[in-house]
Design a protein around this ligand. Structure first.
Ligand SMILES: [Zn+2]
Length: 214
């Protein structure tokens, strides 16, 4: 494990939240730790670059980068943002975005405000993924619970179950499985012309046959 050398380095200050009491404070972008002014808890702000096996817990308001040779098996990882290019076997909770640019099984629990499955990624999520928004540019299978928008880009493939406020399948994208739309309006009403006003309707749509494996 090494400290990041500036993948997302920012000179600006950040507003961060205490893990224990949720008190917010402003910290310098260069700081690697701070103390909560309310409860005196230590707050890690450092970035972690995982280049080999790593199994200790991480709780940071900084970023986590698992490189192609990295193997992150900690049972608990909390961070601000994450890039996964190697193996991820434990649970990961990101306040911001998780970018997944790897292939294989993802057995842990993932939650984030946004998850992006990159173009060359091909992943199987074994546990429910909790997000606000999800963007699929590669291929994935699993179950997504989103309180916002799930977008399947051109050439993106999603097989599984989606419960979301809305879903947007771009031309050339494929969704096959179960779709549960609730608490919101559909982005692409034309996909489901009779369901635009329906809440929490459970429906199955097969927009296109799954693409052959490449
Ligand atoms: Zn605190």
């Amino acid at each position: 494990m090494q400290r990041f050398d500036g993948l997302w380095k920012s000179k600006r200050s950040n507003v961060i939240e205490c893990f224990d009491c949720q008190r917010k404070q402003e910290v310098s972008g260069a700081a690697t730790s701070t103390i909560c002014p309310s409860c005196s808890a230590h707050i890690d702000l450092s970035d972690y670059k995982i280049t080999t096996s790593f199994s200790r817990s991480i709780r940071t308001r900084g970023d986590v980068h698992v490189t192609t040779k990295g193997d992150l098996s900690s049972s608990s990882v909390r961070c601000r943002r994450a890039i996964i290019e190697g193996r991820l076997r434990g649970n990961l909770d990101s306040a911001g975005t998780i970018v997944i640019n790897t292939s294989g099984k993802i057995p842990g629990r993932l939650s984030a405000s946004e998850i992006v499955v990159e173009k060359r990624a091909e992943v199987q999520f074994f546990r429910r993924v909790r997000v606000s928004n999800m963007e699929i540019r590669g291929r994935m299978s699993g179950e997504i619970v989103a309180d916002g928008l799930v977008t399947i880009r051109k050439n993106g493939v999603l097989e599984g179950t989606v419960a979301a406020k809305s879903i947007n399948v771009e031309k050339g994208g494929v969704f096959s499985g179960q779709l549960i739309i609730g608490k919101g309006h559909l982005q692409q009403a034309e996909l489901l012309p009779s369901e635009t006003a329906a809440l929490s309707k459970e429906l199955s749509i097969g927009l296109a046959p799954p693409l052959p494996a490449t």
